[in-house]
Design a protein around this ligand. Structure first.
Ligand code: 5GP
Length: 235
C-alpha cells in the first residue's frame, strides 16, 4: 500500500514536471558555408567527398537524385544489416547483409569505415570498392553518418567533407515525422542524435542547406567539381 502511494506520487510528480517545465529550445541550425580547402588538401586531388548531416535531413534523397541525374558521380553503395525498405534494391541502394557477414567484413579489415547508427544497425563502406573507383579515376561520393565521417577524416584527411543541413529544426522534425518509417520512440532517439550531429558542423569543409533536393544536389556536385578543378589548376 505504502509502495503504491509512493509510486503514485512519483508518477504525479513526473507528470507535473512534464507539463510545467518549459519546452527545450530548438538547437541552432547552421547556415550555408562555402567550400574552404584545408592544408591537407594542398597538392592532392580529392577523390572522395563525404556527405553527412543529421537524420532525416535528406541525404538519401539527395544521393538518389544524384544517382539519377549525375551519372558521372560514383556513389558508393554501403553495406548494412538493416532490412530493405519497400522499393530498395540490393546492390543499388545498399548491399543488405546479415549481422554475421557484416562482422566478418570488419574482422577481415574490409571496411574503410563503419558505424552502428542510432544504436540499431550497422552501416559501412567497403574499402575495395572505393579504392577500385579511385584507381579508375572516378570521384567517389560517400553518404554516411557522422561517426563514419570522422573515421574517414582520420584515414583520408584529403577527402572533402560536406555537411547537409535542414532549412530549420521544425522542418527537420516535419521530415522525420512525415516519412513515417520510424516509431515515435525511434523518432525521439533520432532527434536527440540529430542535435549532436548538428553541433558537429564546424568539422566540415562546406555546408549545404537542403531546401530543395534539386538545388542541394546541384550545389554538392558543384563542390565536387570545384575540388577537382582546384587541383587541376595547381598542376
Ligand atoms: P537509413 O537507414 O535511413 O538508410 O540510414 C541511416 C543512417 O545511416 C543515415 O544517417 C546514413 O547516412 C547512414 N549511413 C548509410 N550508409 C552508411 C555507411 O556506409 N557508413 C556509415 N557510417 N553510415 C551510413
Amino acid at each position: 500500500m505504502r509502495y503504491g502511494t509512493i509510486t503514485a506520487y512519483i508518477l504525479q510528480t513526473i507528470q507535473t514536471l512534464r507539463t510545467t517545465l518549459p519546452a527545450q529550445p530548438p538547437p541552432d541550425i547552421p547556415g550555408p558555408r562555402e567550400l574552404t580547402l584545408r592544408p591537407e588538401h594542398a597538392g592532392v586531388r580529392p577523390s572522395v567527398t563525404v556527405l553527412a548531416g543529421p537524420t532525416a535531413v535528406g541525404k538519401g534523397t539527395v544521393s538518389q537524385y544524384i544517382r539519377e541525374h549525375y551519372p558521372q558521380v560514383c556513389l558508393s553503395v554501403s553495406a548494412t544489416t538493416r532490412e530493405p525498405r519497400p522499393g530498395e534494391v540490393n546492390g543499388l541502394h545498399y548491399s543488405f547483409v546479415s549481422h554475421s557477414k557484416f562482422d566478418e567484413l570488419i574482422e577481415q579489415g574490409k571496411m574503410l569505415e563503419w558505424a552502428e547508427v542510432h544504436g540499431l544497425n550497422k552501416y559501412g563502406t567497403r574499402r575495395d570498392t572505393v579504392e577500385e573507383a579511385i584507381a579508375n579515376g572516378q570521384h567517389v561520393l560517400l553518404e554516411i553518418d557522422l561517426q563514419g565521417a570522422r573515421q574517414v577524416r582520420q584515414t583520408m584527411p584529403e577527402a572533402v567533407f560536406v555537411f547537409l543541413t535542414p532549412p530549420s529544426w521544425e522542418e527537420l522534425v516535419r521530415r522525420l515525422v512525415g516519412r513515417g518509417t520510424e516509431s515515435a520512440e525511434e523518432q525521439q532517439r533520432r532527434l536527440e542524435t540529430a542535435k549532436l550531429e548538428l553541433a558537429a558542423e564546424p568539422e566540415f569543409d562546406a555546408v549545404i542547406v537542403n531546401d530543395t533536393v534539386g538545388q542541394a544536389s546541384a550545389r554538392l556536385v558543384e563542390v565536387m567539381q570545384l575540388t577537382t578543378s582546384a587541383k587541376t589548376a595547381e598542376n
